[in-house]
Ligand binder design. Sequence first.
Ligand code: BGC
Length: 517
Amino acid sequence: MSDNWWREAVIYQVYPRSFADANGDGMGDLAGIRSRIPYLSALGVDAIWLSPFYASPQKDAGYDVADYRAIDPRFGTLDDFDAMLEAAHEAGIRLIVDLVPNHSSSEHEWFKAALAAGPGSAERDRYHFRDVDPAKPETPPNNWQSVFGGPAWTRTPDGKQWYLHLFDSSQPDLNWDNPEVHAEFQSILRFWLDRGVDGFRIDVAHGMVKAEGLPDTGGDGTIEMIGTTRSPFFDQDGVHDIYRTWRPVIEEYDGDRIFVAEAWTDSAERRALYLRPDELHQAFNFDLVLAPFKAVDFRKAIDAEIANNAGVGAPCTWVLSNHDVQRHVTRYGDGPIGLARAKAATQLLLALPGVVYVYQGEELGLNEVLDLPDEVREDPTFFRTNGEQIGRDGCRVPIPWKTEGPSLGFGDAAGWLPQPEGWSEKSVEAEDGVAGSTLEFYRQAIALRKAHKASGLTWLDEPSADTLAFDNGAVVCVVNFGDEPVSLDGFDGEVLLASADLAEGRLPAGSAVWFAK
Ligand code: BGC
């Protein structure tokens, strides 16, 4: 029997490299995650989404998978995985793992076999290889550019063929026209479902199918994950056929397990297609990641999502931060105002009908670390753009658990990225039990959201143009996006939660309030 937990869950993203390091090697691990399950339980989350922990050369922080059924030794063993999963389940927390089907690592057995087997072989057909034109040996087969910068094609070591990689050259794209690829991923799904996982986050869910003939894109072929609309390699209609074959697989298993899509689309309409009843369960709404902190932009994104997802009977899936984007405290201006706005935006999200994803560390009010030294950076974006783009390392800095220690309690040694000045005061130890801390705010907000469940959304007259006000069936939420306080005259009821002090009945700039109904 389905309990539909996933229609209203709060799901916490754990980035394994940076969450908790149990063995003191500077990198987080599965045993570290297991040791922090009580913390997640106290936060009140329903599920964890775990970024990749599979065997990988870590050229893209694990999104370059060399063996989809093995744990990277840096993170532990399969036994550690099972123990972590069991601890999560005992605490009533579900676990969603990351599946990376668009590309493998160049260290995957299949790719090694493809290079060894040569042009025209069945092994090469699992990827996208194309002959080098002897008349133009430097010109790739088309104009596609890698999301991380530079051409999306690299020549094989013998110089005879090119292979396609939408991301780093160490991440060759799999050929989803090949039935073997389909069979292999169905088997990988079953491997993890048999182990008891509660679902999968599908990486680049809009990218697996490429337009026939691999035609040039318009313009200079430059693509960005964020903001790229439809192209010959993104959001092709053929991806939906894949999901229609996956849905029956997951349905065979009990326990209401789910798929969540990372699908960057150019509209809420296109995104909703991934959520048709025979496809996936959730798809991240990235519109609020892209939106400025403005009432009009938030309202537009919320309205579009609610309308389109209602059409396919799927929950809205809200998110403000993840391991690929600048942390929302920093997007909204950093410092006290950035943090105030971030809390207000989070409080708004937690009042919306649907699912909310929380990225590790946002509950501590962590900011993006913008000034990491170049020597410690690992994001391939940094290298492939020759440092022009600093990349995503700044949102991946290890979590501060304690006020002191070589990595502020992340582990017994320095972490793989250094933590900045000021993170001691943002540590779990510094915030735990402290009234007014960001951590206590998140705990309270998540608990209240559970006690006052949203059943819909009705916009109310807002007290100013920079404000949004709505009734979700259980609470009235008012958010001030502006730079001046606004009067709350006309709103009554018990104040359940306010992200800032409501002095003289006014809602301060960059803050939110919930009234009980
Ligand atoms: C992941 C990124 C990764 C890319 C390639 C993205 O969607 O979230 O972290 O670099 O896919 O796998």
